[in-house]
Design a protein around this ligand. Structure first.
Ligand SMILES: NC(=O)c1ccc[n+]([C@@H]2O[C@H](COP(=O)([O-])OP(=O)(O)OC[C@H]3O[C@@H](n4cnc5c(N)ncnc54)[C@H](O)[C@@H]3O)[C@@H](O)[C@H]2O)c1
Length: 272
């Protein structure tokens, strides 16, 4: 089968594991060379779930190379503007172009809005919203400069489209990404760069801690209605690979008429 992204270069953040790794491997399978970053450490003491490691990012490198593609991977925090710009510069020097950006790195925390600490708020907004903006700011000039158009996929969440009681700071960050996506779709139109956001719901990754959610629901039973089961999959979570199906499609020419759209990846859950 012809590789639909042959000759293109894709930059993926949060690529050490889970969805980011899956997107890197699937884009490589379609023929793209990969620039990958991950913090590979606990981004803040306010986060309770297991952090990604340098070994995780090495495994992503191995998997991309096993697809026969080249990869430049580096431990970078998306809050660090200088490190982001250096990685983009080094990536463009090595691969000579940049066509696709998947802004996927993100963190999740829990707490009612008026009970959040400054640290909880600053971590989630600082990474998901400000860090993603810094990623976009670092990558977009290189995409414009390359002159080949391109596709940016911003990883928001169902929480970027609807209320999610128990994580209002996360929802605020993901709604913010929806706004950035739609603004950029207009600003980048003249450069043939498309910008769309995806809004996954319940993907099986280390970020999802069923115990933390159960604790919130036990304390606040009314919140459970905001987290319905998926109509097409009553039990469990979807896989990262299922989300990658959508990312690969948005990255490629088959979605060429789409820009400034919000694509739910939710098996119907947002319709409840
Ligand atoms: N899992 C879900 O159900 C779900 C649903 C909707 C949206 N999302 C979003 O999908 C994206 C991927 O999450 P995931 O589910 O694969 O979880 P994950 O925790 O396994 O992956 C997130 C990755 O981002 C990296 N990261 C975090 N902060 C970073 C920083 N400051 N700089 C660089 N890298 C950083 C982490 O190390 C990790 O490897 C996130 O943006 C998340 O908000 C997840």
């Amino acid at each position: 089968m012809a590789e639909s992204l042959q000759g293109r270069v894709a930059f993926i953040t949060g690529a050490a594991r889970a969805q980011g790794r899956s997107h890197a491997v699937r884009l490589a399978r379609e023929g793209a060379d990969i620039i990958a970053l991950d913090i590979c450490a606990r981004a803040s003491d306010t986060l309770t779930y297991t952090p990604a490691t340098p070994e995780d990012l090495n495994e992503t490198v191995r998997l991309v190379e096993a697809e026969g593609r080249k990869v430049l991977a580096r431990q970078v925090d998306i809050r660090d503007d200088a490190a982001l710009r250096q990685l983009v510069a080094d990536g463009v020097e090595q691969f000579r172009r940049l066509d696709i950006l998947v802004a996927n790195a993100g963190v999740l925390g829990w707490g009612r809005v008026w009970e959040l600490t400054d640290e909880q708020w600053d971590t989630v907004i600082g990474i998901n919203l400000t860090g993603t903006w810094r990623t976009l700011r670092a990558a977009i000039p290189a995409m414009i400069e390359a002159g080949n158009g391109g596709s940016i996929v911003v990883v928001s969440s169902s929480a970027g489209l609807k209320a999610t009681p128990g994580n209002g700071h996360y929802a605020a960050s993901k709604f913010g990404l929806t706004a950035l996506t739609n603004t950029l779709a207009i600003e980048l139109g003249e450069y043939d760069i498309r910008v769309n956001s995806i809004h996954p719901y319940s993907v099986d990754t280390p970020m999802i801690e069923p115990e933390a959610m159960m604790e919130i629901f036990a304390k606040h039973p009314r919140f459970v209605h905001s987290f319905p089961p998926m109509p097409m999959q009553y039990k469990g979570f979807m896989t990262a690979d299922e989300v990658s199906d959508v990312v690969v499609w948005l990255a490629g020419d088959g979605s060429g008429t789409l820009s400034g759209t919000q694509i739910p990846v939710d098996k119907g859950a947002l319709k409840y």
